[in-house]
Design a protein around this ligand. Structure first.
Ligand code: CU
Length: 177
């Protein structure tokens, strides 16, 4: 019995320390029908930034679906975007028809690729806070996900050239050609 008690105490201690260490970094996982959404995050923004990007991984265990819209109250508008290098220039455009989520596949919104775009931020995104976002799918319907705000410059170094400059002044959603 003493041995068992010791084990229980050890387990409790381990759990306690784990919780303390891992809390800030772990984003929630949301299961909605055949869809599993995980690792939702966005990036803290400097004081006068007008836009921010949101990222999340969507695993689809079911039929073909499509992410058709995103809504959030941190910004005037929330759009679905694609970023890609076209003729050597990093550009982004709105995915007006949404983004396919293939049957049995994964849609990854990540820096340098597809992302949720918060346009016209009402206030800077602050590290450690969360941004509630509703993602709507053609078939699966609406799913609420909390995006964790990570520090400025977090992860996705590939996104810095595009979004960094964009925040500084490049007109968004208006490719030059
Ligand atoms: Cu964008």
């Amino acid at each position: 019995m003493t041995f068992f008690k010791t084990l229980v105490v050890a387990a409790a201690l381990a759990t306690a320390s784990l919780a303390t260490v891992s809390m800030p970094a772990v984003a929630e996982e949301v299961v909605h029908g055949d869809l599993t959404l995980s690792g939702a995050w966005t990036r803290a923004t400097p004081p006068r930034a007008v836009a921010g990007g949101g990222f999340v991984t969507i695993v689809n265990a079911g039929e073909d679906d499509r992410l058709v819209s995103a809504t959030a109250n941190v910004s005037d508008k929330t759009e679905l975007h694609e970023m890609a290098v076209i003729d050597g220039v990093m550009k982004m455009r709105e995915m007006a028809d949404g983004i396919p989520v293939p049957a049995g596949g994964t849609l990854e919104l990540k820096p340098g690729s597809y992302h949720v775009m918060f346009l016209g931020l009402n206030a800077p995104l602050v590290e450690g806070e969360t941004v509630p976002v509703t993602l709507t799918f053609e078939k699966a319907g609406a799913v609420d996900v909390s995006f964790t705000v990570e520090k400025i410059g977090a992860k996705g170094m590939g996104m810095k050239p595009g979004h960094g400059k964009m925040n500084g002044g490049m007109k968004h959603g208006q490719p030059k050609n």
